[in-house]
Ligand binder design. Sequence first.
Ligand SMILES: [Zn+2]
Length: 271
Amino acid sequence: MNIKNRLLKLMTKNQDIRFYYADVTDISKESCFPEMKTDAAKELYQKIFTICCLMRGFLEQEDQRIKIFVQYERKECYVNCNIDGEGRVHCLFSEELASFDGDISSLTGTGAYLSLTKISRMEGKVTGTIALSSHSFEQCLSDYYRQSEQTETIFIVYVNSGRVQGCMIQPLPFALREAVKAVENSVAFYRETIGEALLSFCDVVEEYTLSTDCKCRKEMFAGALLSLETEELRKSAENSGEELVCGICGKKYLFTAKEIETIIKVKEQYE
Ligand SMILES: [Zn+2]
């Protein structure tokens, strides 16, 4: 079975525990991971990106989205994540965080928090926030789901010799404690070979595609420029143009002075 760039939804044979599993080794290379400058930032990125890929499993409709914002103790260290119902996953680290060199556990502290927003056409926007007190991102999200949704969700990420895998475990309400413990033990036992092991004690229920594509296009940013004051546009035309950055994928769009002048002209036609 080809499990590359896929999120698998699995169920234990006696249907009491739900699993989501993803091997994100390849897809993480297409993400912002290569832009991480330190080992600490790389480790944190792999963890957060993998968990976001797993969270795609929460999205049942194509128009649903999850946005996660993580603010660490230092104001300049933060993460923006977007996961959509079509399987697009993006994690954007602030520049400071991408070059953070130190102990990851020192990032949390006073004022650190995680906020999660669910967006859908039917239910609108729902945001919940939790203080980042625990040192691990996976523990934080587990706490979040226990507090805000009263559901037990366990996140596990394994990185070994370049292979990045993650697993999200959701015991159903009627699952016996011993069964959950046994499953957790076997996940811990198999560790790096968890992908293969899961297929032996679970059945695949569904498969989802994962991708790092973004819907952003240069013309969308031209629209944003159109809404600026002409005076401001003139200034940036004089300063050799304007660089705009997509807030979801981090892609940079450069508008040259000449392009800005064209935008000013278009704007003047409507004024
Ligand atoms: Zn984008």
